[in-house]
Write a protein that binds this ligand. Structure first.
Ligand SMILES: NC(=O)c1ccc[n+]([C@@H]2O[C@H](COP(=O)([O-])OP(=O)(O)OC[C@H]3O[C@@H](n4cnc5c(N)ncnc54)[C@H](O)[C@@H]3O)[C@@H](O)[C@H]2O)c1
Ligand SMILES: O=C(O)[C@H](O)COP(=O)(O)O
Length: 595
């Protein structure tokens, strides 16, 4: 294999088998001498820190039994429904996972109260507007949802409300039950010949549109700035602009998420642009409608009727003027509430939470980059390399610190390489040496930014079948504890590759080395003269420390770096002898193992 600058590398390394985690504890008796301590790493999760063997899973809203059963196989499930915000903050302190629906508000206070224990919030449904995602990310807590299992239920409820609204089903039912028989009062309107306008053409919206065509609507149009025209065309739906939608729709079915952009998007101005007598059905989120504006539009006859499954505040206040109106039909957020959907959602969320607790990438992660399974599979061998190089590089930094981290990927993929996972692992390797933060794929970029680290990524072409040929990390500082670590670019640099499935350090500064990162590593810098190697070996041998592999790199001016793989960690007394050996100019040790 070619090294970074095209030189052939010597290869006398060997594979080691266990893993460990490095913690920095420099011994600075000699400023050019560095002792780097490490402690064992039990596992290397991709997303979240591994939960205890039997994690505690707090469920605060009713969840289907199949999901509860699945969760119970992996952890201790605690059901605690109807908690106050204070009670939730209390209970969260002992929870590794939290499962909610739409009624639980997972606020900043909840994440703070968890003190880092909470690894994952599972939303048994689609909308995550009740979770403070920024706080979750900041606390390294993964948020997953169950985005597919209730789609049909919500669409069916939308259709039910369209029909109920057009034929006054709910009002007429109440009237009959009150002993009345008001046939002329409840004359409805036909759907045939009307235009159904779907606002938000995602999973639910497109299912409503599909069903709308079958109901006999003359046309089904949709407004969604992000929707695929091909998908719309396939369903016979015309995508239109906002203005066209408002001008053409007779029935508006709302299916957009609650975001800062959609908050109150149906307001006085919007209603004023609708046809007089329009009808509105909201099975999305209450907050997309300005409720006071809807009352005005109903009073003015612009909106003839509304059907609301969701409200700005749930349950709505007793004096909410919309609830008491004859021209408004209400349901208590029932869109997802079918037996089938709740069963499906419970399993979908249980699977996502369990996999997140295992540290795996959950397919439905909301606040972490989605790394498709096939990308993950090919990058997996390089995850340990990225982590190990990050850990190694940061331990070579002197007292002045650094702000720039240059990551260079040698890859046949060029700029198509998906680097998010590897970048997160490099950041994790670096930051976990200098902060107490739990760094993972969720929060790596944010934590790096908060620490003022600038991550600069680049690719260089490489050949071969592997997605990556080598990885180089250079820290923007020339202040180092091991001067041999300074590369030609005047930065502290380390480079590595994967051999078989093991991460290897292949270069430090300008010196080619060849040693498994998965071992106890001692680096020495010395004059290339007789006796130095044997002197180091002797010091180690006297203490019964076996050298399991060695790699020496010599420059034309007799400067040499020796990398030694040791079977056992030398004591400080042994290390203290090294600077006194003739020819040795400095050393660095990753005691125990980098990985
Ligand atoms: N009432 C219920 O019980 C219930 C059940 C399921 C889903 N929901 C809600 O329904 C909504 C849709 O769910 P989904 O699963 O279809 O989500 P989705 O993400 O599949 O679809 C949302 C669509 O809205 C579009 N959109 C985003 N911003 C928009 C904007 N400004 N204008 C127009 N369209 C916009 C998106 O492009 C996307 O296509 C969500 O708010 C969800 O919480 C409610
Ligand atoms: O976003 C959703 O999935 C729905 O609003 C369902 O909410 P629920 O789980 O509280 O029924």
């Amino acid at each position: 294999m070619q090294s970074w600058n095209g030189q052939e590398r010597s290869s006398r390394g060997r594979l080691a088998s266990t893993s460990s985690q490095v913690r920095l504890a420099p011994v600075a008796s000699n400023p050019r001498v560095t002792l780097i301590r490490a402690s064992r790493l039990q596992a290397m999760p991709v997303v979240a820190v591994m939960a205890p063997e039997r994690p505690t899973i707090l469920v605060t809203e009713k969840l289907g039994e199949p999901g509860i059963e699945l969760l119970s196989q992996h952890g201790d499930v605690e059901k605690a429904y109807g908690l106050t915000p204070e009670e939730l903050c209390e209970r969260i302190a002992t929870a590794d996972a939290l499962i909610i629906r739409s009624a639980t508000q997972v606020t900043k206070e909840v994440f703070e109260a968890s003190k880092g224990r909470l690894k994952v919030v599972g939303r048994a449904g689609v909308g995550v507007d009740n979770v403070d995602l920024a706080s979750a990310t900041e606390h390294g807590c993964l948020v997953v949802n169950a985005p597919t299992a209730n789609t049909v239920a919500a669409a069916e409820h939308g259709i039910a409300l369209i029909c109920a609204l057009s034929r006054n089903v709910a009002q007429a039912d109440a009237s009959v039950k009150a002993g009345k028989w008001e046939r002329s009062k409840y004359v409805g309107v036909s759907i045939v010949g009307k235009t159904l306008c779907v606002m938000g053409f995602g999973k639910v919206g497109s299912e409503v549109a599909r069903r709308g065509t079958g109901l006999g609507f003359a046309s089904v149009i949709a407004y969604d700035p992000y929707a695929s025209a091909v998908k719309a065309q396939a369903l016979g739906v015309k995508l239109v602009s906002w203005e066209e939608a408002l001008a053409q729709g007779d029935f508006f079915s709302l299916h957009m998420p609650m975001t800062p952009q959609t908050k109150g998007i149906f307001n006085d101005d919007t209603f004023s642009k609708m046809k007089k007598g329009a009808r509105i059905i909201n099975v999305a989120r209450g907050g997309v409608i300005d409720e006071a504006a809807l009352v005005r539009a109903l009073d003015a006859g612009i909106v003839a009727q509304a059907a609301l499954d969701v409200f700005q505040k749930e349950p709505p206040a007793a004096d909410n003027p919309l609830v008491g109106r004859e021209d408004v039909v209400c349901t208590p957020h029932l869109g997802a509430s079918t037996a089938e959907a709740q069963e499906g959602v419970s399993v979908e969320i249980a699977e996502a939470v369990v996999s997140a607790l295992k540290g795996e990438l959950a397919a439905t992660a909301v606040n972490a980059p989605m790394v498709p399974a096939e990308v993950l599979a090919e990058l997996q061998p390089f995850v340990a390399l990225a982590l190990g190089l990050g850990r190694a590089a940061v331990q070579l930094v002197g007292s002045h610190g650094f702000t720039d981290v240059h990551i260079t990927y040698a890859t046949p993929r060029g700029d198509d390489l998906d680097t998010r996972l590897l970048r997160a692992m490099v950041i994790k390797g670096i930051l976990e040496q200098i902060t107490t933060a739990n760094v993972n794929l969720v929060n790596a970029d944010l934590l790096a930014k908060n620490r003022g680290l600038r991550i600069i990524e680049s690719t260089v072409p490489a050949e071969g079948k592997d997605v990556l040929s080598s990885l180089r990390i250079a820290l923007g500082s020339s202040d180092t504890r091991f001067s041999a670590a300074i590369g030609k670019d005047k930065r502290i640099s380390v480079m590595g590759t994967v051999k078989g499935s093991a991460p290897y350090l292949t270069r430090i500064g300008t010196f080619d080395v060849d040693l498994s990162l998965d071992g106890i590593i001692l680096l020495t810098r010395q004059k290339d003269q007789p006796g130095v190697i044997s002197a180091v070996s002797m010091v180690l041998a006297e203490e019964g420390i076996n050298i399991s592999f060695m790699s020496v790199s010599v420059t034309p001016d007799n400067d040499a770096v020796m990398a030694l793989g040791l079977d056992q960690e030398p004591t400080q007394e042994v290390l203290a002898k090294l600077p006194n050996l003739k020819g040795i100019t400095e050393f660095a040790m990753f005691s125990e193992k980098v990985l």
